[in-house]
Ligand binder design. Structure first.
Ligand code: 5CA
Ligand code: ZN
Length: 409
């Protein structure tokens, strides 16, 4: 499917630093060493109830990764999926009496509008699960033929024991995995499975549900994890630089995805780094569709909130932190935006070369966007108090904030 238009990234003098990111699999900091083309896969939305601020915060984090890479003069190959067929989508469609495909299309369109408004750089390939079915089916067949998958009453399951590296993404023990599996789409209680954690690769057609030709698997629909693997392997191949998503995807989604791919190819690793954004909450609970405690980007936009202020509200939190949204967060972002706009709209100002270096250093340091904002705040405060006589400074600040933080002043 088509993505959304790219906002232009202004050119900056010099070059940024190499990115250091926290890696979930090792639990520590790694300096990324991508090639000339940096490869990243970020898990996309399940298109119902999009786009809430939690989604936006996660995509903001990985947009920063891209911007840092572009600033190191690399190209970026960015892939994102849309889970346009899955249990939660079908459940919501049934509950509201809307056709599942129409619901998916409508919410995906809204997501594109929100991403465009927030100046998130688009993926090179934006791929729906439905589009990926022709790649998924032969992969599942190969896994089965290699003994890494098995059939149970017509459904096809992945055998977690087929990957010697299973467990290395999340580092969780079996009990913790089992709890999370039950919470997040797995079926550890189903009798007959080889291992309770084994996830579904292909679900045999259920009465009243959409179905696709599964060749030797029979008619049905794809499982969740194999969807992302099929799309990532097709467009990126093994050993890509970053697998990204929110921290709710560490287990089972990213653990299972890595194992599917590693069992399929015999290669290791699936991704070199696993990066996860914290959860945004509201009123003491994670913002989620199932809880219904959502703040939508589209609603804020309708209420007249400048998307640049929404983006600044996201940037004010470190991407790995869990945080709570409140009206105060947005008020602070609006005030900051007004201060910055005033500061860059003067004909000259304090020199900004050091500020550019500070923003670059902050982002290279595990995407420390709050530190980057604080640096711009200091420049804007100096501008407001004393001004300066560098005629190039306001323009440089404006371009730096746009190119590195995605905020148009
Ligand atoms: N379609 C799958 C991924 S393949 C999915 O998780 N969809 S989602 O719509 O539930 O979430 C989309 C992205 O937003 C995922 O990366 C998820 O981890 C992230 N996300 C979901 N809720 C929150 C939240 N409250 N705060 C931060 N990120 C969130
Ligand atoms: Zn995914």
């Amino acid at each position: 499917m088509h993505a959304w238009p790219a906002s232009e990234v202004p050119a900056l003098p010099g070059q940024g630093r190499d990115l250091e990111l926290h890696d979930t699999a090792t639990g520590g900091r790694v300096t990324l060493a991508p090639g000339q083309v940096a490869r990243i896969y970020v898990c996309g939305i399940t298109p119902y109830d999009a786009t809430h601020l939690g989604h936006a915060a996660t995509y903001n984090a990985f947009d920063l990764v891209q911007r840092v890479w572009l600033d190191t003069k690399r190209q970026v190959l960015y892939i994102q999926n849309v889970t346009d067929i899955d249990d939660p989508l079908l459940e919501r469609a049934a509950a509201t009496g809307v056709d599942w495909a129409e619901l998916a299309e409508r919410e995906t369109a809204l997501f594109r509008e929100d991403m465009t408004a927030l100046r998130m750089l688009p993926p090179e390939h934006f791929v729906g699960a439905v589009e990926a079915i022709p790649w998924i089916v032969p992969m599942v067949e190969r896994l089965r033929d290699a003994g890494a998958a098995y059939e149970l009453d017509g459904d096809t399951y992945f055998s977690v024991e087929s990957d010697p590296h299973f467990g290395e993404v999340s580092g969780l023990d079996a009990a913790a995995m089992r709890l999370l599996s039950a919470e997040r789409g797995g079926d550890p209680e189903r009798p007959g499975k080889k291992n309770p954690l084994d996830p579904m690769l292909w679900t045999a057609a259920r009465p009243g549900e959409p179905r696709w030709d599964g060749a030797s698997l029979g008619p049905g629909r794809p499982g969740w994890h194999i969807e992302c693997v099929a799309i990532a392997l097709r467009h990126l191949g093994m050993g890509f630089d970053v697998q990204g998503g929110g921290s709710d995807l560490v287990f089972p989604h990213h653990e299972m995805g890595a194992s599917h791919a590693q069992a399929l190819t015999g290669e290791f690793p699936y991704a070199r780094t696993y990066a996860h954004a914290g959860m945004v909450g509201l009123d003491g609970a994670k913002m989620s569709k199932s809880k219904g405690n959502l703040v939508f980007v589209s609603q804020l936009r309708k209420d007249g909130v400048d998307p640049a202020a929404i983006r600044l509200a996201l940037l004010a939190h470190h991407y790995r932190a869990d945080w709570e949204y409140s009206a105060a967060v947005l008020d602070e972002a609006r005030e900051r935006l007004a201060r910055w706009r005033a500061a860059v709209s003067r004909p000259d100002g304090p020199p900004a070369e050091d500020l550019l270096a500070e923003i670059r250093a902050a982002l290279a340091d595990d995407l420390d966007s709050p530190a980057a904002l604080a640096a711009v705040d200091r420049w804007a405060a100096t501008q407001a108090e004393r001004g300066g006589d560098d005629p190039g400074a306001p323009g440089l600040v404006s371009r730096a904030v746009d190119a590195l933080l995605g905020v148009a002043l």
